[in-house]
Design a protein around this ligand. Structure first.
Ligand SMILES: Nc1nc2c(ncn2[C@@H]2O[C@H](COP(=O)(O)OP(=O)(O)O)[C@@H](O)[C@H]2O)c(=O)[nH]1
Ligand SMILES: [Mg+2]
Ligand SMILES: [Zn+2]
Length: 300
C-alpha cells in the first residue's frame, strides 16, 4: 500500500490531471470514478498507482475559486488564487462589459484584481486610458505598460505585484498574454512540454489552463487560461450585483427602498449618483444589462 501524498493540480482535462508532488515532479493522475471536480490550483491528496501514474483521493478545501456561469455551464478558471491580472490592450479595443464581468466575478470570489493596460506604445493608448478612467476613479489599480516596447520596465512594474503569489492572467486574445508569459517565464516552453509529457499527449494545447512557476523555489506562479466567448455571472443574484461594483458601493443602503434595484425606483441614491456624474454612464449601462440578464429565466 503506497502512502498518500499532497500535491498541486497544474493541469486538468476531463478526468485527467497533472499533479505536482512536493518535490516538483509532475505525475499523470486520474480521479476515482467519474468525478472530475478538481481544477488547476487545487491542493489534493493522491497516491501512486504505478511508476508513472497516480489517483487523486481527496480534494483539500479551497481558499477561493474563480469561475463563470453561463445558462447551462459552470466553467472554472482556477482555485486558490492570490490575484487576478486582467490584461487589456490599446489594440484590439477591449470590451468594457467583459472587463466588468471579470471584476465582479473576482470580487464575489474574494480575489483582488489588477488591470494591466498593454501596448501603451500605440497611438490608441490614449482612448483606452480614457475608457479605463472610471475604473481608476473607483479605486481600481490600473497599470500601464508596453510588454514589447519596454520589456525591462514592464518586468520591474510587474514583479512586486507577482512575487510570492499565484496570479491568474485573463484577457482577450491579442492583448499580449503570451508575450507576458514569455517575458516572465523564460522556460515556459519547457514547462508546457513537461506537463504534456506527464499526460503523454505530446502536443501543446492552448485550450487548457496552464500553471507556470516563475522561480526555481516554486513560490511565484502565473496561470494562463484559454480565451472565452461569454462570461456568464449566473452565480450572482441580481440584487447582489451592485455590492460587487466599487463605484456603486458608496451609495448602497441610502436608497428609499431597502430592496431597490437602482433602475427606476424613486429616491434611488445610485440613480442620483449617475445623474451627478459620479458613476460613469458606461458602468451604469453595464449594470443595467447585467441586471436584466441575471433576473431573466434561462432561455430554452
Ligand atoms: N505594439 C505592441 N505590440 C505588442 C505589445 N505586446 C504584445 N504585442 C503584440 O501583440 C500581438 C499579440 O500578442 P500575444 O502575446 O500573442 O497575445 P495573446 O493572444 O494575448 O497571447 C503580438 O503580435 C505581439 O507582438 C506591446 O507592448 N506593444
Ligand atoms: Mg497567446
Ligand atoms: Zn437604488
Amino acid at each position: 500500500m503506497k502512502a498518500q501524498q499532497t500535491g498541486l493540480v497544474v493541469r486538468g482535462h476531463g478526468r485527467h490531471y497533472v499533479v505536482e508532488d512536493d518535490n516538483g515532479e509532475r505525475v499523470h493522475c486520474l480521479t476515482r470514478g467519474k468525478k472530475s471536480d478538481c481544477v488547476v490550483g487545487d491542493r489534493v491528496r493522491w497516491q501512486r498507482s504505478s511508476d508513472h501514474e497516480g489517483v487523486i483521493e481527496k480534494l483539500e478545501p479551497r481558499r477561493n475559486l474563480l469561475f463563470r456561469q453561463d445558462e447551462w455551464k459552470t466553467k472554472s478558471f482556477a482555485a486558490n488564487l492570490d490575484r487576478l491580472l486582467v490584461l487589456v490592450a490599446a489594440e484590439p479595443q477591449f470590451s468594457e462589459s467583459q472587463l466588468t464581468r471579470a471584476l465582479i466575478a473576482a470580487d464575489s470570489a474574494g480575489i483582488t484584481t489588477d488591470i494591466l493596460l498593454n501596448k501603451t506604445d500605440l497611438p490608441q493608448a490614449e482612448a483606452a486610458r480614457q475608457r479605463l478612467a472610471p475604473y481608476k476613479a473607483m479605486g481600481q489599480q490600473v497599470l500601464e505598460l508596453s510588454l514589447k516596447g519596454k520589456p525591462d520596465e514592464a518586468r520591474e512594474t510587474l514583479m512586486p505585484l507577482l512575487e510570492g503569489r499565484s496570479t491568474l492572467v485573463l484577457g482577450p486574445s491579442g492583448t499580449g498574454k503570451s508575450t507576458l508569459i514569455n517575458l516572465l517565464v523564460p522556460d515556459a516552453r519547457a514547462q508546457v512540454g513537461e506537463i504534456s509529457q506527464a499526460l503523454n499527449s505530446g502536443r501543446h494545447t492552448t485550450t487548457t489552463t496552464q500553471w507556470y512557476w516563475m522561480d526555481a523555489e516554486r513560490q511565484t506562479a502565473l496561470i494562463d487560461s484559454p480565451g472565452f466567448q461569454e462570461f456568464g455571472l449566473r452565480q450572482i443574484p441580481a440584487p447582489e450585483l451592485a455590492s460587487h461594483m466599487a463605484d456603486f458601493k458608496p451609495y448602497l443602503g441610502e436608497c428609499r427602498f431597502h430592496n431597490c434595484s437602482h433602475r427606476h425606483e424613486p429616491g434611488c441614491s445610485v440613480l442620483v449618483a449617475v445623474e451627478a456624474g459620479k458613476i460613469s454612464p458606461s458602468r451604469y449601462r453595464i449594470y443595467d444589462e447585467l441586471w436584466q440578464e441575471l433576473s431573466s429565466p434561462p432561455r430554452y
